[in-house]
Design a binder for this molecule. Structure first.
Ligand code: HEC
Length: 395
């Protein structure tokens, strides 16, 4: 594995994405604490009209390397500057201080010289760019999203989000399809802003109406949560895979009678989520993952982890692209990063790596001798991790 496509596509890029996201979030919290980023729609407003384009960093390795270099030079410059001050004042080492100052100046000049092109570095931002989808919105979306969508959006965007509703041709711009990468290129907060406030074209003509003001912000968040799950389900139904990664929908999980925990808290383990109808017998435990049974109504089960939630059931049915009655018996595998990676329908053959419906980056490992289909699938899931970016934002 060369440095070119190994380190920079793997840990280096992950660190850069996490680093830039942390810098932006840190800046926003700092500005909020100073009173320079007041609350908008319940969370601190991003005061700039651009943000770092994380999508571009994942797409363009040489741009990512360049930004990595710039950040490293900036850090080196700051450290050398600090050292110079330390050497000069408390220590009176004037000559060493001057060399450090030179080094600081050279690093900062290098950073300025290598500064990436702004068309690559920045993406347009709105005040809610860094807002996160409130936790309760997913549950609300799974239960009410379809009704809200049919009432307010389907006329233009079409019953399945293909942009082919009866009113689609009436406006100055054709509504986009949701069934390509659009929803994944925007942050949750950016989608929220557009749904809540509507959109305009370059000449200021309205292209999309705002969600009626009589509906609360929660309705806009619920619509976004529903759209994301619904589009993922459409992809799986149409193309046979989730072409864009999808985080396992939130659930409250109750393990062996302990206090309920969020599914997120089980991250780091591999999970199997099994949707079971009330009378259906539980599956046998398997040491290769933690099993979570999901049901819409309480069921008899004495041990293991379970999630009883009608909204959860609907969310997984949406992600699988099936009607909620057809979900019973479906199994999902969630990788250690919390991404949905594989699905097995009730009538499918035993698990095999053909059921990996969300591929990651990396190359498939050589199968170990004696490995069964599930071993091969799990080995691929671990060896081909999913890049942690959704809508240009870490999930
Ligand atoms: C009158 C037709 C119409 C209605 C009703 C409508 N939209 Fe749109 N929508 C559009 C058009 C046209 C665009 C493209 C606008 C543009 O790019 O300027 C769009 C764009 C979008 C986008 C993409 C935003 C982005 O970041 O690029 C989303 C998401 C969206 N609509 C969601 C919704 C939701 C949710 C509803 C219902 C609450 C809705 N739309 C109602 C016409 C409509």
């Amino acid at each position: 594995m060369s440095l070119e496509d190994g380190w920079w596509r793997g840990p280096g890029l992950d660190a850069l994405l996490a680093g830039t996201a942390a810098l932006e979030r840190g800046l926003l919290s700092g500005l909020h604490a100073l009173g320079l980023a007041p609350l908008v729609h319940g969370q601190p407003a991003w005061p700039f009209d651009v943000r770092v384009s994380q999508a571009m960093l994942t797409l363009d390795a040489s741009h990512a390397r360049q930004l990595g270099l710039v950040l490293a030079l900036l850090v080196a410059g700051l450290l050398a500057g600090l050292l110079a001050a330390l050497l000069r004042w408390p220590l009176h080492a004037h000559r060493a201080s001057a060399s450090c100052l030179g080094l600081a100046a050279a690093s900062l000049a290098g950073a300025a010289w290598s500064w990436p092109a702004s068309t690559l570095l920045w993406a347009p931002a709105v005040p809610t760019s860094f807002h996160s989808l409130p936790a309760q919105a997913q549950a609300l979306g799974a239960l009410q999203g379809r009704r809200l969508y049919e009432q307010h959006c389907a006329g233009c965007h079409g019953a399945n989000g293909d942009g082919d509703g009866p009113l689609a041709a009436q406006g100055p711009r054709w509504p986009p399809t949701f069934n390509r990468s659009l929803l994944w290129r925007r942050s949750d907060g950016e989608l929220f802003w557009h749904v809540r406030h509507g959109m305009r074209d370059g000449e200021g003509r309205p292209t999309m109406p705002a969600l009626p003001g009589s509906l609360p912000d929660d309705a806009a968040w619920a619509l976004i949560a529903w759209l994301q799950l619904h589009t993922a389900g459409q992809q799986l139904a149409r193309a046979g895979e989730w072409q864009l990664p999808l985080a396992a929908p939130a659930l409250d999980v109750d393990c062996d009678g302990a206090a309920p925990r969020r599914l997120r808290e089980l991250r780091g383990q591999r999970l199997r989520i099994v949707a079971l109808a009330p009378g259906q017998p539980a599956l046998r435990e398997d040491p290769r993952f933690q099993t979570v049974t999901l049901s819409a109504a309480p069921r008899v089960q004495s041990e293991g982890c379970r999630a009883v939630s009608e909204a959860g059931w609907q969310a997984y049915a949406l992600a699988a692209g099936v009607a909620s009655e057809a979900l019973a018996g479906t199994e999902f595998l969630v990788d250690r990063g919390g991404w949905l990676r594989a699905r097995r329908r009730p009538d499918d053959a035993p698990w095999s790596d053909a059921m990996l419906v969300c591929r990651g980056s990396g190359s498939a490992p050589m199968p170990a001798p004696g490995a069964d289909g599930l071993d091969r699938l799990l080995a691929r899931m671990d060896a081909e991790p999913v890049r942690p970016v959704r809508g240009g934002r870490l999930h």
